[in-house]
Design a protein around this ligand. Structure first.
Ligand code: AMP
Ligand code: GLY
Length: 423
């Protein structure tokens, strides 16, 4: 069987790694992939927004299954195009992917289905939005409607910050069309956690809970990033909270999307804030999280290829099987990320790190220049480890991290520490 992975980050390397464990898979392709994925298969240089060329590539190469990592091609309708061409692809349709592609749509759907979320108002006019912000006062959260590479949300502590966000999004149009509308919402306080499920449009199965660390510095200080590390299981999901999330968020959204005639097939990722007033939904993503995928896939014992086909065919199994151990991922970044950062620093020590038991290093922002592996992005490598418990997993992962070097390498030293506090 031939499997194609769409994307080029650590999430996609972990997808390719998991797919490579399937005895059914003979060949792996990735668009565009990275040097880590290149060791498992063939990387193909096509822009991920070029859906027509990707569809042709899949047809010509008789790809049996395509798995999509990032949201952009999903929101642009890659699944619809593949299905029209009679190709098997894992992910939601364009209509269902709107849950991530439009914050306005997502908030309105939540309201329609009674899913708990922050109070909000939608604006299409900058002056009206600014008037509302002055009336309401800070703190407030301002969100660009469309995709903005994870940069479209401003948690504004002051009215000035909120007004500036409106100016940038709606007037300067720094995110282009994505800023035609904005959501202005109540600022929630609490602990954030992600809950991921896999759905075949009708039923769903929860994935092992994972917790991401968004802030760039230890103790959740500094600006938010795409994710600096993760671990699974995540004890923040007590059985009571998990029950509440399923009942109030997951079940109504799966049911509601089906009733609208736009069933959700694929990975549904609910960003949850656990507040004093119960759980609230911050957002939906329509794909695996990055780095959540890296820790979840390391614990998944079943064949991912089978699960993808079962989802596509509307026949999810009753349950999934998980390694009981803890998995953990530490993201190594270039200095300066998530702002400006340097590229082309030479990377050493990956082989040394992987000599340690159960260590897998996934590539994210790396490339080969003059035969050497160098940095090529903000998030460079994802060091993942297993441990019999969280404490052991933390020890193992940092032992491996210490073997790796590149100029300006930064990482959080407290990944998993929150779990130890809860346990
Ligand atoms: P989103 O893409 O909507 O999840 O927003 C990105 C990040 O902004 C979230 O992970 C939260 O850290 C923060 N955020 C979003 N909405 C709110 C809110 N209503 N109150 C507080 N923080 C928020
Ligand atoms: N780690 C957060 C995300 O993938 O959206």
């Amino acid at each position: 069987m031939k499997v194609l992975i769409i994307g080029s980050g650590g999430r996609e390397h972990s997808l390719a790694w998991k797919v490579s464990k399937s005895p059914k898979v003979k060949e792996i392709f990735a668009i565009r992939g990275n040097p880590g994925i290149n060791r498992l298969g063939k990387c193909v240089d096509i822009d991920i927004s070029n859906i027509k060329t990707i569809t042709n590539f899949a047809k010509e190469n008789k790809i049996d299954l395509t798995i999509v990592g990032p949201e952009t091609p999903l929101v642009a309708g890659i699944v619809n195009k593949f299905e029209e061409a009679g190709l098997k692809i894992f992910g939601p349709s364009k209509e269902a992917a709107k849950l991530e592609g439009s914050k306005v749509f997502s908030k309105e759907i939540m309201k329609e289905f009674g899913i708990p979320t922050a109070d909000f108002k939608v604006f299409e006019n900058a002056e009206k939005a600014k008037r509302y912000i002055k009336e309401k006062g800070a703190p407030l959260v301002v969100k660009a409607d469309g995709l903005a590479a994870g940069k479209g949300v401003t948690v504004a502590k002051t009215v000035k910050e909120a007004l500036e966000a409106i100016e940038k999004i709606m007037v300067e149009k720094i995110f282009g069309e994505a800023g035609n509308k904005v959501v202005v919402e109540e600022c929630l306080q609490g602990e954030e956690a992600s809950y991921l499920v896999i759905s075949d449009g009708e039923r769903y199965i929860p994935l092992a809970p994972a917790q991401d660390h968004k802030a760039v510095f230890d103790s959740d200080k500094g600006p938010n990033t795409g994710g600096m590390g993760a671990y699974s299981p995540a004890p923040i999901f007590s059985p009571e909270i998990e029950k509440e999330v399923k009942k109030k968020v997951i079940e109504p959204i799966i049911k509601g999307m089906k009733e609208r005639g736009t069933p959700f097939k694929g990975i549904l990722y609910a960003g949850i804030m656990i507040t004093d007033d119960g759980i609230k939904t911050l957002e939906f993503n329509v794909r695996f999280g990055d780095p959540e995928a890296q820790v979840i896939l390391r614990r998944l014992e079943d064949d991912l290829v089978d699960i993808c086909f079962d989802t596509i065919n509307g026949k999810l199994p009753e349950k999934l099987n998980w390694d009981k151990r803890t998995s953990i991922c530490v993201v190594l970044t270039s200095k300066g990320y998530p702002e400006k950062y340097e590229k082309r620093g030479k990377i050493t020590g990956i082989e040394e790190a992987e000599k340690i038991d159960d260590i897998t290093v996934f590539h994210a922002g790396t490339t080969i220049k003059n035969g050497k592996l160098v940095t090529n992005g903000g998030r460079v490598l994802n060091v993942t480890a297993m441990g019999k418990d969280t404490k052991e997993a933390i020890k193992n992962v940092y032992e491996a991290v210490n073997k790796i070097q590149f100029e300006g390498m930064h990482f959080r030293k407290d990944i998993g520490a929150k779990a130890l506090k809860i346990l």
